[in-house]
Write a protein that binds this ligand. Structure first.
Ligand code: ZN
Length: 89
């Protein structure tokens, strides 16, 4: 599958200017999100469950998310489940 950024930056012939502008803005946002998630993953670094796990304490009002779910494990699981880290920034 072709990278989504390339598809947004190289729209097919006949694409209207307003659509091209919107696609370019979307590509820029996706690029920023990729950089952000790469930095978040770098900030977490090595994380070995359960020894490195932690709870945030009351933040969301959801007892599971506040007291049980490790935010680092949750982030890493979502990060690995997406293709965002496999594509170019
Ligand atoms: Zn953890």
């Amino acid at each position: 599958m072709t990278d989504i950024l390339r598809r947004l930056r190289e729209p097919p012939f006949g694409t209207e200017t307003s659509e091209r502008n919107l696609m370019a803005a979307a590509a820029a946002e996706i690029s920023k999100l990729r950089a952000l998630t790469a930095e978040a993953r770098r900030a977490i670094g090595d994380h070995f469950a359960p020894d490195d796990c932690y709870a945030t304490g009351p933040m969301t009002g959801d007892a599971y998310r506040d007291l049980v779910e490790c935010p680092a494990c949750s982030f890493i699981q979502q990060y690995e489940a997406t293709a965002i880290h496999r594509e170019k920034l």
